[in-house]
Design a protein around this ligand. Structure first.
Ligand SMILES: Cc1cc2nc3c(=O)[nH]c(=O)nc-3n(C[C@H](O)[C@H](O)[C@H](O)COP(=O)(O)OP(=O)(O)OC[C@H]3O[C@@H](n4cnc5c(N)ncnc54)[C@H](O)[C@@H]3O)c2cc1C
Length: 511
């Protein structure tokens, strides 16, 4: 651990920690005001241009989970550990992800507002979903045409055989065809919307930061791992950061943590903000007791039915995912389920699969803080399938059984050599299938909720509706951590929207 301490005397107006989906969007918008100086600190490397960006970050059809990854593991259940990738590079997880570009539903944001978060209803958030995008297909009141992030959908002539068959079979099963999943009313089967330019993944580093590198009031630094926030008399005054091996302090009038749902909470705890026992466990001094820090961890659990495909059907470099079904489970809430047709598992040819993903899980996990080392990951306990009434497993089980029935339809079955997993016997037996889900269910890379937004009267709330940390002046958390509930959608667009929304709240605050 570096021991030297250089104290930088420059005082920035804003220090933003983490240049991911939310942080890059926020820093870009904050620096539109030339009177405001912004320092953006990122632990991972900084590639200034798309041309200089390595292939794993540019190639849209394969997630990058090794070269620019934090290397985390998580417990899906107490017995079982899984890999838990997170992007470590300018652009954060938006730079390594699957580029599936789906907004949360109106019900999601209206729920956030109903939980006491004024300014986060669907009506409040929609302008920022419009602002972030340049939708190249869809128009009308719900879409933007001049935002930084291009959104496209697969055309019929680009569809691979399993994906096209899935579209046909879903309709035969009575699900409507939806041209645009980002229409607030949309449900059913749709070609996937993605943030890509042909085959190039468009991260927030490319969309938001690359065009504004000339701004003299915005300083970008990669290779800067923030340890903690400096707090004096209840006010954030800067951060302590390991900058390429030298420990430095740098000062800011305002500090924003945008290090993501796994890494923002440990920065808070090392700064003395969190549950008393957590702060003590990392050897820090308690500054503000907020027991919600690191609790309320939510991700989307998933499980799949896999078929061995006939030769030539599931091949690389075909895009792995082109279609998605959104539907409502029996006894569930609107659009609480997704099923993707996976044309082939990336890195593995010869299989296709229907991947069932629970969008409204009832189980909650948490982070554990056990080390003072700022380079260590918190222990991640997803606690999947722990809801007392077993509703999470039941909805996944029913989704797998629906998938099997759809896979037996001749339009899909013509591409399968055999059912691979789970076996037909397991799929036919509810108890055996429940056990299969518990033993094999994984996550969809979507952690949220670990510094949740809510009024001070909510003992689990960490930030208020402006994303300001309760009881600390000049400190915000602006990223997936702030979501009070998970959205019924892949989380990237919502994280970018959060960055956009908070930039506007700060602008209004300034008058
Ligand atoms: C493999 C993968 C596939 C995914 N696929 C999709 C998809 O297809 N569609 C979708 O909608 N969502 C997808 N997601 C989820 C989505 O990308 C995330 O929800 C979203 O990017 C999170 O945004 P964020 O701003 O909260 O955090 P991030 O984007 O993860 O940004 C956090 C940033 O902070 C940096 N950081 C962390 N700690 C520190 C520190 N101490 N000091 C300095 N910097 C730090 C990190 O390096 C990172 O750059 C995927 C995620 C992954 C990992």
């Amino acid at each position: 651990m570096p021991v030297s301490l250089r104290a930088v005397s420059t005082v920035y107006d804003y220090i933003v920690v983490g240049a991911g989906s939310s942080g890059a969007a926020l820093a870009a918008r904050l620096s539109e005001d030339a009177d405001r100086s912004v320092l953006l600190l990122e632990a991972g490397p900084d590639y200034a241009t798309t041309d200089e960006t390595p292939h794993d970050l540019r190639y849209a059809h394969r997630v990058s989970v090794v070269d620019h990854d934090w290397g985390f593991t998580a417990n899906a259940t107490p017995e079982r550990e899984v890999y838990y990738p997170r992007g470590r590079v300018m652009g954060g997880s938006s730079a390594v992800n699957g580029t599936l570009a789906i907004r949360g539903t109106p019900e999601d944001f209206d729920e956030w507002a109903a939980l006491g978060n004024e300014g986060w209803s669907w009506e409040d958030c929609l302008p920022f979903f419009r602002k972030l995008e340049n939708d190249l297909d869809a128009s009308g009141d719900f879409h933007g045409k001049s935002g930084p992030l291009p959104i496209v959908r697969w055309r019929p002539d680009e569809m691979r055989r399993p994906g096209q068959a899935f579209i046909d079979v879903c309709q035969e099963f009575g699900f409507p065809y939806a041209e645009d999943f980002n229409d607030p009313e949309a449900t059913g089967i749709s070609p996937m919307a993605q943030n890509r330019n042909v085959d190039t993944r468009i991260s927030t580093a490319m969309a938001y930061l690359e065009p504004i590198r000339h701004r003299l009031n915005l300083t970008f630094r990669g290779g800067c791992l923030v340890n903690r926030v400096l707090i004096k008399d209840g006010r954030a005054t800067g951060v302590a950061v390991d900058a390429d091996g030298e420990m430095q302090t740098v000062r800011g009038q305002k500090v924003v943590l945008s290090a993501g749902a796994i890494m923002s909470p440990p920065i808070l705890v090392r700064s003395g903000i969190g549950a008393r026992e957590d702060v003590e466990a990392v050897g820090a001094t308690l500054v503000r007791e907020l027991p919600g820090v690191g609790r309320n961890l939510i991700d989307h659990p998933l499980c799949s039915v896999v078929w061995r495909s006939k030769p030539g059907v599931s091949v690389m470099p075909d895009p792995p995912v082109q279609t998605m079904l959104r539907y409502t489970a029996s006894g569930g809430e609107t659009n609480d389920m997704q099923i993707y047709m996976v044309n082939h598992f990336p890195g593995r040819e010869g299989n296709f699969a229907l991947l069932v993903i629970l969008q409204r899980p009832k189980s909650r996990g948490r982070l554990h803080f056990e080390s003072a080392d700022y380079r260590a990951q918190p222990r991640i306990e997803l606690n999947f399938f722990s809801d007392p009434d077993g509703d999470d497993v039941r909805r996944l089980r029913e989704g797998l059984q629906l998938s099997q029935r759809m896979g037996e339809h001749p339009a899909i079955a013509q591409y399968a050599e055999a059912l691979e997993t789970p076996s037909a016997e397991v799929l036919a037996d509810d108890d055996a299938l429940d056990a299969y889900v518990r033993a094999n269910g994984s996550h969809n890379f979507h952690p949220v909720g670990t510094a949740k937004m809510g009024p001070a009267s909510d003992p689990g709330a960490v930030v208020d509706a402006q994303c300001r940390v309760h009881g600390i002046e000049g400190l915000r958390v602006v990223d997936a951590s702030a979501m009070p509930e998970i959205v019924r959608a892949n989380t990237n667009l919502t994280c970018i929207m959060i960055g956009e929304r908070v930039a506007e709240l700060i602008r209004e605050e300034r008058g």
